[in-house]
Design a binder for this molecule. Structure first.
Ligand code: DGJ
Length: 351
C-alpha cells in the first residue's frame, strides 16, 4: 500500500517535471500552460504582438508588475499592476523565446509622465517602417480608472530598443483603448482601436512614418462594444478577430472579414471550436501571427488571471481553414508549420 502511494507520487512528480520541461525547451507550443523563456523564467509579455524581421520573430508585450491591486475608488473590476513597460522576447522557431529586456521602460522619475508606473501601458504592437528605417510601437495608455483612454507611440532604431516614448494622444480627438496595428503588403499601416467608450471600433490610416494617425478613419461595429482587435490577411481578404467587452473576464470571440483593412467588415461569427469555444477557451484575442513562408496563422490569446495578472497565461492556436473560412479548434499541443524558417518574402510581407 505504502509502496503504491510512493510510486504514484513519483509518477505524478515525473509527469509534472516533463510538462515543465516541455514548456522550457521544445519544438511545440502548449496553449494555456506556463511558458518559460530560454532562461527558465515565465514569459512576461501580455496583450502582446509579434513582429517578424530579418528571420527573427520579436514578441512584445506588457511587462506586468508583480503585485495586482484594484484601483481604489473605481467601481468596476479595475485590477491592475504597476506599469512595467514593454518587454521583448526573440525566437527563430516560435517555441523557444529569449528575453531581450524591457525595451520601453516606464518613466519612474516624472510622476506626470504617461508611462509612469502608476499609469496603464497595454497591448503594445510594433511595426517596421521601410521609409524611415525605424521600429514604431503603438500602445494603449491609460490612467488609474481608464479615463485617459489614449494611444501612445514610441520609436527605436533597433527591434530590441530601447524605444523612445514620443506622446500619448487621442486619435482624431477620439477615445482609444484596446488597440492593434496592422501593416499591409503595400506599406500602409492602420491603427485599430476601441473608441466611443468602447462601443465602436475605429480604424485609422497611419501617416507614412507611422508616428501619427491621418484624418482618414472608419467606424466599425457601431454600438456593438468590441475590443481586443487582431488582424490578418489571407488570399486578399482581411480578417479581424475581436472580443466582447467584459473587462478581464472571457466572452465569445467574433471573426469578421473585409476586402479592405478599413472595412466594411462582415461578421462570420465565432471561429472557436470545441470545449469552451463560447468563452474563447477562457482567453482574449491580442494578435494573429502569420508564420513566415507558410499558410499558417497563429491566434494569440491572453488567458487573464485578473487577481494575479502577472500569472496570466498565453494561448496560441493555429487557424484551420474550411475552404477560406478560418476556424480555431482547441489543441493541447501543436508545432509551428515552418519553425526555423530563416527568411521568407511571404512572411515578411504578411507582417
Ligand atoms: C479588457 C482589455 O481587453 C484588457 O486589455 C484590459 O484593458 C482590461 N479590459 C481592463 O479591465
Amino acid at each position: 500500500m505504502r509502496q503504491t502511494s510512493i510510486t504514484t507520487l513519483a509518477l505524478t512528480f515525473l509527469v509534472l517535471v516533463i510538462c515543465h520541461v516541455q514548456a522550457v525547451a521544445s519544438g511545440a507550443i502548449f496553449p494555456g500552460i506556463e511558458w518559460l523563456d530560454t532562461q527558465s523564467h515565465p514569459i512576461n509579455a501580455h496583450g502582446g504582438g509579434v513582429m517578424y524581421h530579418d528571420g527573427v520573430y520579436y514578441w512584445y508585450g506588457e511587462y506586468k508588475g508583480e503585485f495586482t491591486y484594484r484601483s481604489p475608488g473605481v467601481g468596476w473590476d479595475c485590477y491592475r499592476t504597476e506599469a512595467g513597460g514593454v518587454s521583448c522576447y526573440s525566437s527563430t522557431d516560435l517555441c523557444n523565446w529569449t528575453f531581450e529586456g524591457v525595451v520601453l521602460e516606464p518613466d519612474t522619475t516624472d510622476t506626470h509622465s504617461d508611462i509612469h508606473p502608476t499609469m496603464v501601458i497595454e497591448r503594445p504592437k510594433v511595426v517596421y517602417n521601410e521609409l524611415t528605417g525605424q521600429f514604431v510601437m503603438w500602445m494603449h495608455i491609460d490612467n488609474y480608472n481608464y479615463g485617459k483612454a489614449s494611444a501612445g507611440v514610441a520609436v527605436s532604431d533597433s527591434p530590441t530598443g530601447k524605444f523612445r516614448f514620443i506622446e500619448a494622444t487621442r486619435p482624431n480627438g477620439q477615445i482609444c483603448r484596446d488597440l492593434t496595428v496592422y501593416k499591409d503588403d503595400d506599406g500602409q499601416a492602420y491603427l485599430f482601436y476601441s473608441s466611443e467608450d468602447n462601443s465602436t471600433l475605429h480604424i485609422a490610416l497611419l501617416s507614412p512614418d507611422y508616428l501619427s494617425v491621418t484624418r482618414q478613419y472608419t467606424r466599425n461595429f457601431a454600438g456593438q462594444f468590441r475590443e481586443a482587435p487582431a488582424v490578418f490577411k489571407r488570399h486578399g481578404k482581411y480578417y479581424l478577430v475581436t472580443s466582447g467587452c467584459t473587462g478581464w473576464d472571457p466572452n465569445e470571440a467574433d471573426l469578421a472579414v473585409a476586402d479592405h483593412p478599413m472595412g466594411p467588415y462582415t461578421s462570420l461569427g465565432n471561429p472557436c471550436r470545441g470545449q469552451d469555444a463560447d468563452k474563447t477557451f477562457y482567453g482574449q484575442s491580442t494578435f494573429v501571427l502569420p508564420v513566415a513562408g507558410t499558410d499558417q496563422y497563429v491566434m494569440m490569446l491572453d488567458r487573464w488571471n485578473k487577481r494575479d495578472l502577472i500569472t496570466s497565461r498565453y494561448i496560441w492556436l493555429p487557424f484551420d481553414f474550411d475552404g477560406n473560412e478560418p476556424l480555431l479548434p482547441w489543441r493541447g499541443v501543436w508545432s509551428p508549420a515552418a519553425a526555423n524558417a530563416q527568411s521568407s518574402p511571404l512572411g515578411a510581407d504578411k507582417q
